[in-house]
Design a protein around this ligand. Structure first.
Ligand SMILES: Nc1ncnc2c1ncn2[C@@H]1O[C@H](COP(=O)(O)OP(=O)(O)OP(=O)(O)O)[C@@H](O)[C@H]1O
Ligand SMILES: [Mg+2]
Length: 170
């Protein structure tokens, strides 16, 4: 719900540039992941991932982590809220899933504020559940399932680095 503490800019940040994609199958999901992984602007970016249950947010994150050189088993952060990873150049990557996030105190206690203020890539599923705490993302990706394998995907840039990511994704 909107309130005085939640200015509308947090819920619908201004869109600097927008693009859409059609994914025929997971190969196209991987293609976007690889294109973004090659962009220098990704290193310290914050990407918000929108979409219904099963849309493909975690699947996209897994492809992105692999493209960044993360090896081994990639756990889903659902219970821990955040899973930290390291890319092949030692860069920090934080995968958040706010699906079960409902205690704003956890934001401070778990050090999420510091993570978002610091270096590294931040990826967040279900960002609306932490909208009072989260900063404006550089890039929002919205995934809509059209069939078993096909997805309609909207990318929205909200910052300079978001615009650079959008260019890399094209
Ligand atoms: N083009 C595609 N892109 C992404 N996932 C796809 C695609 N086609 C099929 N899938 C399948 O859809 C499912 C997506 O599940 P995933 O866990 O990634 O969704 P999610 O958006 O993270 O859901 P949740 O909100 O529950 O976290 C996976 O089983 C994946 O293999
Ligand atoms: Mg998920």
């Amino acid at each position: 719900m909107s309130s005085d503490n939640h200015p509308s800019i947090v819920e619908t940040p201004p869109v600097r540039a927008q693009a859409s994609q059609h994914w025929r199958d997971e190969e196209d999901t991987a293609r976007l992941a690889q294109a973004l992984a090659a962009a220098p602007a990704l290193r310290d970016a914050f990407i918000a991932l929108h979409g219904d249950l099963g849309a493909g947010k975690t699947t996209f994150v897994r492809h992105l982590l692999r493209a960044l050189g993360v090896t081994g088993r990639i756990k889903s952060p659902t219970y821990a809220v955040v899973e930290p990873h390291q890319g092949r150049e030692g860069q920090a990557i934080f995968h958040f899933d706010f699906y079960r996030f409902n205690d704003p105190r956890e934001w401070e206690d778990a050090g999420f504020r510091d993570i978002f203020a610091g270096a590294g890539l931040k990826l967040a599923e279900w960002p609306a559940n932490a909208r009072g705490q989260l900063p404006v993302p550089d890039l929002s990706i919205t995934i809509d399932a059209m069939s078993d394998d096909t997805r309609h995907v909207t990318l929205q840039a909200h910052s300079d680095s978001g615009v650079r990511l959008l260019q890399a994704a094209a």
